[in-house]
Design a protein around this ligand. Structure first.
Ligand code: GLC
Ligand code: CA
Length: 561
């Protein structure tokens, strides 16, 4: 069966019929309420997003990951859902969702939504029914209960700045309920076949509208069992396989992208045998990128990438620098975590749970070259990059806002009132716009940066364009080269005849690299930004010098004949 959504979208779309489209995709993550407010109520919405699709198309991204837009009391940025198949009225209607998908497809942009299967809001009708239903009934068993808070002891608490336990007493049920996140987000019981069916119904609802897939929230925690860590259990993988098989047999070219903040060895399990998630966020590599530019030592970064277990043919890592959550340090060693805190969160206000609630530009001291370097790594290391809205402008943050709201402030479109985001009175905005001098919307905004030829935005646009021109970046192998300098990272990305060379200076000082390119004797490196031909590779090593934090992207051209 081919879905109605696909047919409807197909009529207008310029999308290729490619089941592996996500391998070449460049994702853009955005919270709807932060993007553009079309009706002046202070909250971004679907008509607003549709108006701004031309901007995204022009930037060159090819897929949008839209954060939850479902009805929610908004105590966890919308991840606390009360109806997974509805649209929160402030954002628009189901008809708007359909139009948004169609308009995105028309511009060659795919769309994925967030699918939150692990938990609901405690106001969800399922929870209200469960707490009143008799013990042991299927309705009570929609969630996970216990008579004591000792069950599953030893399972870590994730939101440790906010919650002391994963159990909360419910006086109505007369039992404790299980929650891996906030206490107002009870975990669903995925061992209940009815709950599994509900999840498939939710997926079907949006897939029929033509959505290209889902970012699967919090997948390691789906199933819990006594005597285990309650993370990544075989039953959890079973749920994912069932979801994959269901989607595969009903809808063409759809994507499942897993959020699994785990160590490399566990993270790869979410690919299964290519029969679970097509993509998994690369949580292990992310903090090592930040460590690398700070310690100016490439080895820990290189090692984590080299030691990454191989993944199935149809799968791809999701690479990111920042997202809507804190920069998580749960999966790095305690010494590395301390180092990250010492260098990236001197201001303790910036720390939250086991992480850092800052955007990319402030993390990097608003240092243009470092921002460029990090993005160049993001777009040239293996995996499909995910850019967080506003980071293409170098937007700032506000650590004095509650929870992670400081990195979810309105998109800065222009120097106009409310950063051009909304015509509402400014007190009515869902969150205040940034006005600290360094990141003020008067100077950090889309309109200005589109006019300024050397802006970060236009630089990002060129970088994205280059990345898209060379499939070896998205589908190629990686091999690191010896550079004789511990702060100069060098690697080859190869795909068939295409050979790309990336050389990056992590240091704040001038460095040289002496590259072992023996294999490419006679080949000519051509720098991609300027199409500059370098001297051909001769006998011995290939020498080059690099300015502070500079990087080069080359293609290697074989000798003529
Ligand atoms: C995911 C989301 C995060 C949310 C949590 C609980 O980790 O990225 O924003 O708070 O799930 O739903
Ligand atoms: Ca769970």
């Amino acid at each position: 069966m081919s879905s109605g959504g696909a047919l409807e979208a197909g009529a207008l779309s310029i999308l290729e019929d490619d089941p592996l489209w996500y391998k070449d995709a460049i994702f853009y993550e955005l919270p709807l309420r932060a993007f553009y407010d079309s009706n002046g109520d202070g909250v971004g919405d679907f008509p607003g997003l549709i108006e701004k699709l031309d901007y995204l198309q022009d930037l060159g991204i090819t897929a949008i990951w839209l954060l939850p837009f479902y009805p929610s009391p908004m105590r966890d940025g919308g991840y606390d859902i009360v109806d997974h198949r509805a649209v929160s009225p402030e954002y628009g209607t189901q008809a708007h969702v359909r139009r948004f998908i169609r308009e995105a497809h028309r511009r060659g942009i795919r769309v994925i939504f967030d699918l939150v299967a692990n938990h609901t809001s405690d106001r969800h009708p399922w929870f209200q029914r469960a707490r009143r239903a008799p013990r042991g009934s299927v309705w009570r068993d929609y969630y996970v209960w216990s008579d004591t808070p000792d069950r599953f002891s030893g399972v870590r608490v994730i939101f440790q700045d906010f919650e002391e336990s994963n159990w909360t007493w419910d006086p109505v049920a007369g039992q404790y309920y299980w929650h891996r996140f906030y206490h107002h987000q009870p975990d669903l019981n995925l061992l209940n076949p009815r709950v599994q069916k509900e999840i498939l119904r939710i997926a079907d609802h949006w897939l029929r509208m033509g959505v290209d897939g889902f970012r699967l929230d919090a997948v390691p925690y789906l199933v819990e069992k006594d005597g285990t860590t309650c993370e990544g259990l075989p039953e959890t993988h079973e749920v994912l396989r069932r979801l994959h098989a269901h989607i595969d047999s009903h809808y063409p070219n759809r994507l499942l992208l897993a959020e699994a903040n785990q160590r490399p060895i566990d993270a790869v399990n979410y690919f299964g045998q290519g029969d679970e998630c097509h993509m998994v966020f690369n949580f292990p590599v992310m903090p090592r990128l930040f460590l690398a530019v700070r310690t100016e030592d490439k080895l820990p970064l290189q090692r984590v990438i080299e030691e990454m277990p191989p993944i199935p043919e149809n799968c791809q890592w999701g690479m990111f620098l920042r997202n809507h959550d804190e920069l998580t340090l749960e999966m790095v060693d305690p010494e590395e975590r301390q180092l990250m805190w010492d260098v990236y969160a001197v201001d303790t206000e910036a720390r939250i749970n086991l992480g850092i609630r800052r955007r990319l530009a402030p993390l990097l001291g608003n240092h243009r070259r470092r921002i460029e370097l990090m993005n160049a790594l993001l777009l040239s290391l293996p995996g499909s990059p995910v850019i967080y809205y506003g980071d293409e402008l170098g937007m700032g943050d506000n650590v004095y806002l509650d929870d992670r709201n400081g990195l979810r402030t309105p998109m800065q479109w222009s120097a106009d009132r409310n950063a051009g985001f909304s015509r509402a009175p400014s007190q009515r905005l869902y969150l205040p716009v940034l006005n600290q001098p360094e990141y003020h919307y008067g100077s950090v905004n889309v309109e200005l940066q589109l006019r300024h030829p050397h802006s970060l935005l236009l630089w990002m646009k060129r970088l994205i364009g280059l990345r898209r021109r060379y499939p070896a970046f998205s589908r190629g192998d990686i091999r690191f080269l010896d550079s004789e300098t511990y702060s100069v990272l060098a690697y080859l990305r190869t795909l068939g005849e295409q050979v790309l060379l990336v050389v990056a200076n992590l240091s704040r000082y001038v460095r040289y690299a002496n590259l072992d390119l023996a294999q490419y004797r006679g080949w000519t490196p051509v720098e991609l930004y300027g199409e500059t031909r370098f001297p051909a590779v001769a006998e011995g090593r290939y020498f080059m010098s690099l300015g502070p934090h500079s990087f080069y992207w080359f293609r290697l051209e074989p000798p003529p004949g």
